[in-house]
Design a binder for this molecule. Structure first.
Ligand SMILES: Nc1ncnc2c1ncn2[C@@H]1O[C@H](COP(=O)(O)OP(=O)(O)OP(=O)(O)O)[C@@H](O)[C@H]1O
Ligand SMILES: [Mg+2]
Ligand SMILES: [Mg+2]
Length: 301
């Protein structure tokens, strides 16, 4: 197969591993910087150009779209889909999971467990919104944060109100969530490929911190999932329409609750901790599923 790996940086661990795995399985793979793709958008003529040449003949695309380039990155993936090229994660699915508001609505619609979550626009509704979600401690997070940035724990109702006012002052969209204290600063990253969880790790926040992100000094170890956790992760990925997903869940008193679904989950932490060759499993999945024209996006050329 000829595979395009959409990634901004060929030196990243995940990018290097996917290239290695594809080549080891006898495929041709090219790392393509998504921001250097440009498109000819005309009736009955769908093309992508890259550094002075036309990109063509690809059997599959692996999108690794960073949060800061979602808008342009998904447009490029959509263009590939319009050309009939199979994308292992579709543009629509990436867009769905990136927007935390939309993602939570979809999870709720599918009856998947999540922390009690509220959204509001007007400052006049802050008090009532807080009463819907429950009493402090509350977690307040920006809709488009990553690596734990913009995720705040408010220990009292007063602190919660101040944080909400501050976010509003910045014109930022955020959600208000019930704090799952019983998770004790640990969350579980489930790596889903197709309809299987192929690897999982638990991330524990450093002491004095409630955010378990490795970027915030958390540590990771392999973990055995319960059948309920496994099912929840698979259903969450399916609700987004993602074939490859990193589903983050918390162990709450009412069972597993999903915090977010990542469409470009990193490989470094989880491959290191579990010693599972996830890159190889991704390429294997593509071998079994990539077909010309297998995309839900309309308007194939
Ligand atoms: N409702 C909650 N209850 C308890 N802990 C929480 C809650 N929400 C978030 N956390 C903790 O804060 C961390 C960061 O939250 P979240 O994953 O939502 O933010 P993020 O900025 O999107 O991070 P990521 O880099 O994983 O995308 C979580 O990994 C978890 O440890
Ligand atoms: Mg996130
Ligand atoms: Mg997270």
């Amino acid at each position: 197969m000829k595979i395009a790996l959409l990634s901004r940086n060929g030196k990243l661990y995940s990018t290097r591993r996917l290239v290695e795995a594809a080549e080891a399985r006898g495929h041709q793979i090219e790392v393509v910087d998504v921001l250097r793709c440009y498109m000819n958008i005309a009736p009955n003529c769908t093309e992508i150009h890259y550094r002075g040449r036309k990109l063509e003949g690809f059997d599959a695309v692996i999108p690794r779209i960073g949060a800061s380039v979602t808008f342009y990155g998904t447009a490029v993936v959509r263009q590939f889909e319009m050309m009939g090229t199979y994308s292992v994660n579709e543009s629509q699915a990436i867009t769905r999971s990136r927007d935390k508001l939309r993602a939570h609505q979809l999870l709720a619609r599918h009856g998947i467990g999540m922390p009690i979550t509220g959204f509001a626009h007007s400052p006049d509704d802050t008090k009532d919104l807080m009463s819907l979600v429950g009493k402090a401690p509350l977690v307040i997070k920006l809709i488009e944060g990553t690596q734990g940035q913009g995720v705040v724990l408010a220990e009292t109702d007063q602190a919660a109100e101040s944080v909400i006012d501050a976010f509003r002052g910045l014109d930022a969209y955020f959600l208000v969530q019930d704090f799952v204290a019983e998770a004790k600063g640990a969350d579980i990253r489930c790596f889903v490929i197709g309809n299987k969880v192929v690897a999982a790790m638990m991330r524990q926040a450093k002491s004095g911190e409630f955010r378990s992100n490795l970027h915030r000094g958390g540590t990771a170890l392999a973990v055995k999932l319960t059948p309920d956790e496994r099912r929840t992760a698979i259903e969450a990925a399916k609700a987004m329409g993602l074939n490859i997903a990193g589903v983050d869940i918390l162990r709450s008193n009412k069972g597993p609750v999903v915090m977010e679904v990542n469409s470009s989950p990193g490989l470094e932490g989880i491959e290191t901790v579990t010693q599972i060759d996830i890159a190889d499993r991704i390429i294997e999945f593509i071998e079994n599923n990539a077909r010309q024209g297998r995309t839900k996006t309309r308007g194939k050329s």
